[in-house]
Design a protein around this ligand. Structure first.
Ligand code: 5AD
Ligand code: SF4
Length: 495
């Protein structure tokens, strides 16, 4: 029996898909890179904006004909939309067989087996933490951490890995759906994380990205000892073979001096910090229930640049949040100019039913205004990104070679996606956070020019993309490259 997983959304979802694939493979399933020939199609979904959900439902709608042609075929929906919509998924897409929330991935294989055996729809989701009289302990347990032994074959690239250190969120920003769909904040034990990273290193992994919704809020208590992210980074630094560690996403108020110093001092910790500001006006930050002022955020930016040489800061922004005036929006523009982000992901506010903002504020900024503000902020950010990149001209940087460039990947046949476009690349400002491609090195070798070189891409320690020509065998190695040309989102170099 063969399955295919389609993933949309953030890096947490990319990791969940990898773990879900491992779960299915362990249960005897075989993974396919395309829908063709699949007996099971798994959708890993996103709920953070309405647009993402609409696309998933229309993609599900298109699978109706597949289901008619192949009545034994199974469809599973996992991820944040599964948790948010619960049984509604079955109403809107009646031919879906399994709905499984982010806290129940460990049950995926058995739910699929039950659906196949009984022909009935299967549902497993976490307890709604906003429902009256819910027991907090039961809620937490219903969002179980799931990070099993890693199978190297389910990772897009064996030399890079994402490692979850936290699950859920307790910040409750008023616009956000995450605290309800990913459940209460839970940190994994340092021992479990380190065991996982040692296993990954043994499998050839050199670069680790630590994941958490608010990753720098990491806090693990054991007796009277509390481990925070700075100490965890130090322990990971000591694991042989791990050359680079980064962590996403950070919450501004949890960015302690101790953590910044750890990033500065630990050889493996990279100077790349994704610390979403979301807005530049105190009035809006308050309505968003962010727990800092813009002055505090600016202080943080100053501290980062003063502590970490070569730091690259990136941010997320929401434009057109409820009641946002032109003056408030301009304060966001000012913050972008002040902080000089390496890049920013900019999103138009999207109402998420059930959260605080949807209950108390009106989504009153017209779509045309949201769009204009999005473009205006993007233009300011792009100019700053271009200026940063120009400072690299003539410099030599060390990169980890990741694979063929996007241009190269387009030359080799690629799987057509069920989604017309991915939400992240659609709404995001510039380069996508998802891997540029997932081509196996074998395909790349086959596409090499007679000279034996192909256009490759790698990343600097500050997460800048470098495109250069080199032998396909360089994929997975560290190389020194001189930058000869720059563009807003890409550096071009020579070995
Ligand atoms: N509307 C628009 N953008 C949102 N984000 C989160 N919730 C919403 C929403 N309701 C953005 C935030 C967050 C990023 C992942 O998505 O900027 O950091
Ligand atoms: Fe959502 Fe705020 Fe938590 Fe980030 S910190 S996941 S924006 S609630």
């Amino acid at each position: 029996m063969k399955f295919y997983i389609e993933t949309v959304g953030c890096q947490m979802n990319v990791l969940d898909s990898e773990l879900a694939a491992a779960e299915l493979i362990s249960a005897g399933w075989e993974r396919l890179d395309s829908r063709k020939g699949a007996d099971l199609i798994v959708f890993n979904t996103c709920s953070v904006r309405e647009h993402a959900e609409e696309k998933i439902y229309s993609a599900l709608g298109r699978l109706k004909t597949w289901k008619i042609e192949k009545p034994t075929g199974l469809i599973a929906v996992m991820g944040c939309m599964a948790q948010k919509d619960k049984g509604v998924v079955f109403q809107r897409a009646p031919f879906v067989d399994v709905v499984v929330g982010p806290g129940k991935i460990s049950e995926l294989a058995s739910l699929v087996a039950a659906a196949a055996k009984t022909g009935t729809q299967q549902l497993a989701i976490g307890i709604d933490r906003f429902e009256h009289r819910t027991d907090p302990k039961a809620v937490k347990e219903s969002f179980r951490l799931y990070d099993p032994i890693r199978l190297p074959q389910t990772r897009p690239r064996v030399f890079q890995a994402m490692v979850r250190i936290m699950f859920g969120c307790d910040k409750f920003c008023s616009y956000c759906v995450v605290p309800s769909v990913r459940g209460p904040e839970q940190s994994r034990s340092p021992k479990e994380i380190l065991d996982e990273i040692r296993t990954l290193a043994d499998q050839g992994c050199v670069e680790v990205t630590l994941l958490g919704q608010t990753v720098n809020s990491y806090r693990y208590r054991e007796g009277d000892k509390t481990t925070r992210l700075a100490a965890l980074l130090a322990a990971i630094d000591a694991v042989p073979g791990i050359r680079r560690v980064r962590f996403v996403s950070s919450y501004p108020t949890d960015m302690t001096d101790e953590l910044l110093q750890a990033v500065r001092d630990l050889p493996s910790a990279t100077p790349y910090l994704h610390v979403p500001a979301q807005h530049g006006a105190n009035s809006v930050l308050e309505r968003m229930r962010r727990r800092y002022t813009v002055e505090e955020y600016r202080d943080l930016v100053d501290r980062i640049y003063a502590t970490i040489p070569g730091a690259a800061i990136t941010s997320d922004f929401i434009v057109g949040f409820c009641g946002e005036t032109e003056d408030e929006f301009q304060q966001t523009v000012e913050l972008v100019r002040y902080a000089r982000f390496k890049n920013s992901f900019i999103f138009k506010y999207s109402v998420r039913p059930g959260n605080e903002a949807s209950r108390i504020y009106e989504d009153d900024v017209p779509e045309t205004v949201k769009k204009r503000r999005n473009n205006e902020l993007l233009a300011v950010q792009n100019e700053i990104s271009a200026e940063w990149n120009r400072t690299f001209l003539g410099r030599e940087v060390e990169i980890l070679v990741e694979g063929p460039s996007k241009r190269e990947a387009r030359n080799v046949a690629q799987e057509e996606s069920l989604y017309a476009e991915n939400e992240q690349t659609l709404d995001a400002t510039n380069e996508s956070e998802t891997p540029s491609n997932l081509l196996p090195v074998g395909d790349l070798l086959a596409s090499a020019a007679p000279s034996g070189t192909v256009q490759l891409t790698g990343r600097t320690e500050c997460d800048r993309i470098v495109v250069f020509n080199g032998a396909p065998e360089l994929v997975g190695t560290f190389q020194r490259v001189r930058i000869v040309e720059t563009a807003p989102f890409t550096l071009f170099g020579e070995l």
